[in-house]
Design a protein around this ligand. Structure first.
Ligand SMILES: [Zn+2]
Ligand SMILES: [Zn+2]
Length: 106
């Protein structure tokens, strides 16, 4: 657990050094992540939106950490997702590309 105060500069430096994962070890992140989970009752928000229940297994940054490190600890930039929804979110461009390629063949 990293106890230091998380600042945008610090996050940017971690990303530059290829150590963005260190952000997820900070006490500051764990606090906001846990607050977000509690707020969403430990449920996946996307599944809930379509009337399904799935447990929240990942707290996702809507605007990715690398794109907007200044929003890394902003609870409004977080989304509770289940494993499937989180996987889809991070592979949506790939699957779109695959679909396009598929479409082209027909
Ligand atoms: Zn889900
Ligand atoms: Zn994510």
């Amino acid at each position: 657990m990293i106890k230091r105060k998380v600042t945008t500069d610090w996050i940017v430096r971690q990303i530059r050094e290829g150590k963005a994962y260190r952000f997820y070890l900070t006490a500051d992140w764990r606090k906001v992540r846990d607050a977000k989970k509690a707020k969403e009752h430990y449920e996946c928000e996307r599944c809930r939106a379509v009337g399904k229940y799935s447990p929240c297994e990942a707290v996702h940054h809507k605007l990715y950490l690398k794109a907007r490190p200044d929003l890394a600890l902003d609870i409004n930039n977080l989304e509770c997702l289940c494993k499937d929804c989180h996987y889809k979110e991070h592979h949506k461009y790939e699957s779109k590309k695959l679909k396009d390629e598929f479409a082209e063949r027909w």
